[in-house]
Design a binder for this molecule. Sequence first.
Ligand code: GA4
Length: 313
Amino acid sequence: MVVATQVNPIRMEKNREVEIPVIDLSANRSKVAKLIVKACEEYGFFLVINHGVAHHIINEMEDESFEFFDKPLPEKERVGSANPFGYGSKNIGLSGDTGELEYLLLQTNQNSVANTSKFSCAVSSYVESVRELACEILELIAKGLGVPHSFFSHLVRHFDSDSLLRLNHYPPVTHCFHRGTIGFGEHSDPQILTLLRSNGVPGLQISLRNGLWYPVSPDPHAFCVNIGDILQAMTNERFVSVRHRVMANSSPNRSRLSMVFFGAPPPEAIITCPPQLLERNKPLYRAFTWAEYKLHTYAHRLGETRLDHFKIT
Ligand code: GA4
């Protein structure tokens, strides 16, 4: 998917005072690997273009998602509540967080029962392509860091990988709207790597090391990539999982739709940092399994900093 050509691999998206890197995956692999590592170190966040996920696969997933969210509530509720997988409206997680959205949370592991509906076919094709993109980015990260090629990606490619797909629908919230209404509260993603694609309706913001919030202009042709907690632990904090949030949708008559793939390890995978990244540094985190981390995550509120619990003191 990543072809070595002489393309300028980076452009900076001017966004208030911050320039978010937009990385062209069709450019030279070694250059791209270096740029991705730099973006992960500086922002924990970047955009990729020429990513190789076919437009028709993205469009079908988007059409099917809108078709689902357009259904009457009882029909949507029939898929079961997001506990943790299924349909959810306003309630996020199991600890009392809420937001201005409805969503579907779907398991992606390859042993979940095959279904031949149009919706399931769209999900399978989308997940398969986006998983491949996530693994390719993880392999470029490994190359840029000088660690074995599949050190991160094998966890997401694994048959029992606990990766998820989240479809978020943010309808316009025009009544009682005031600037600053939150659509999905501030948090970091617990997994390894997140790939988010949204339609053209804005809302996503990231928090950089200076603690300020920066809006990310929506680009339906790009994927937003962000580092999750597990990659923060596996890089011994060379990368930091970026905190992000979504503002409520104030567009008068368009919904925001985001399709988010969370690349995760299998439950029993042991999370440790590769020796190549520990040459001059002591490990900051004890070894733990993804199952252990997930249990801890779901027992806490959305905005909490969960990794602290696994730090070596
Ligand atoms: C944030 C990232 C993913 O959307 C998610 C979320 C999960 C959920 O919605 O059920 C969590 C949240 C997320 C982190 C803390 C816990 C769990 C809600 C919540 C309060 C699916 C995930 O894996 O973690």
